[in-house]
Design a protein around this ligand. Structure first.
Ligand SMILES: Nc1ncnc2c1ncn2[C@@H]1O[C@H](COP(=O)(O)OP(=O)(O)OP(=O)(O)O)[C@@H](O)[C@H]1O
Ligand SMILES: [Mg+2]
Length: 252
């Protein structure tokens, strides 16, 4: 459902994403991990068609997003890391607005909006302006907006930030159920337990390169030094010494 071929983004002489090849099949929840500045957001924004690649190709459900951006984007829901949200809309209006961007309206959308708002405990707030929402409430509304038009593919950049434990649980169940029903999700996260507990496959990116990619079992099988946990695998691949160096800083 998502196919990246040689996907590259350069800013001047700096290469943020370097020739990434990846296929995420239908019905998979793919976790995208990597240290700060590794290139996750840059990659996800290229997949969402917001950022133009320097080289390489993004295909969504077989459609080349550079050749037919509208057709590719109708298949896609995107949750950015720093979402823009209209303060002067109510929660219900915002969901209606997003559905409208995808040419969808009517009783089915109203029904879905009610269900999503109820799922995230926002029904009492549906007619309040977004400007009165807390950080977590906004995040829950943004997440809901990616599901309102039932896209085949959802691309999410760190959706858990600011969510309370109950909302996290709902998010996890919602994402799992969505892929079980044949949709596809690619999600970046820094929370390794979430990635390990929730994703079918995991890719680890560093310095714009995909360093490892596979199921937890495959990552374990390829890990050196008998690493079994995702934290060990991640730290070994991406430079495990940083934490030790910190101790020196504190001692100095
Ligand atoms: N507009 C830009 N101009 C120049 N460099 C940029 C630009 N956007 C991103 N970069 C650089 O590209 C690299 C990758 O950034 P990106 O935001 O993709 O990282 P990330 O993996 O999402 O990190 P984080 O975990 O902190 O969100 C970083 O070094 C960043 O400074
Ligand atoms: Mg990012």
């Amino acid at each position: 459902m998502i196919r990246l071929t040689g996907l590259t983004k350069r800013y001047g002489s700096f290469t943020a994403v370097d020739r990434i090849d990846l296929e995420v099949p239908q019905g998979e929840l793919f976790g995208f991990l990597g240290p700060n500045g590794a290139g996750k957001t840059t990659t996800l924004r290229m997949i969402a068609g917001i950022l133009r690649p320097t080289a390489g190709k993004v295909e969504i459900a077989g459609i080349d997003i550079a050749k037919d951006p509208v057709a590719a984007k109708t298949k896609l829901g995107f949750i950015p890391d720093r979402p823009f949200i209209y303060e002067k809309l109510t929660g219900a209006e915002f969901l209606r607005f997003v559905a409208g961007l995808y040419d969808q309206e009517g009783p089915q959308i109203e029904h879905r909006a009610r269900e999503l708002l109820a799922l995230f405990d926002l029904e009492e707030w549906r007619d309040e302006l977004v400007e009165s929402y807390s950080h977590g409430m906004r995040q829950k509304l943004i997440i809901s907006s990616a599901f309102i038009h039932r896209p085949a593919v959802i691309v999410v950049d760190e959706p858990h930030v600011g969510l309370d434990p109950k909302a996290m649980r709902i998010l996890k169940d919602l994402f799992r159920e969505y892929v079980r029903r044949g949709h596809t999700i690619m999600m970046s996260t820094h929370t390794l337990e979430i990635a390990e507990g929730m994703c079918d496959r995991i890719g680890i990116i560093q310095g714009g390169h995909m360093r490892a990619c596979g199921t937890m079992d495959e990552l374990r099988a390829n890990a050196t030094g008998g690493d079994t946990g995702l934290e060990q695998i991640f730290l070994r691949l991406t430079g495990e010494n940083a934490a030790r160096e910190m101790v020196d800083v504190l001692d100095a």
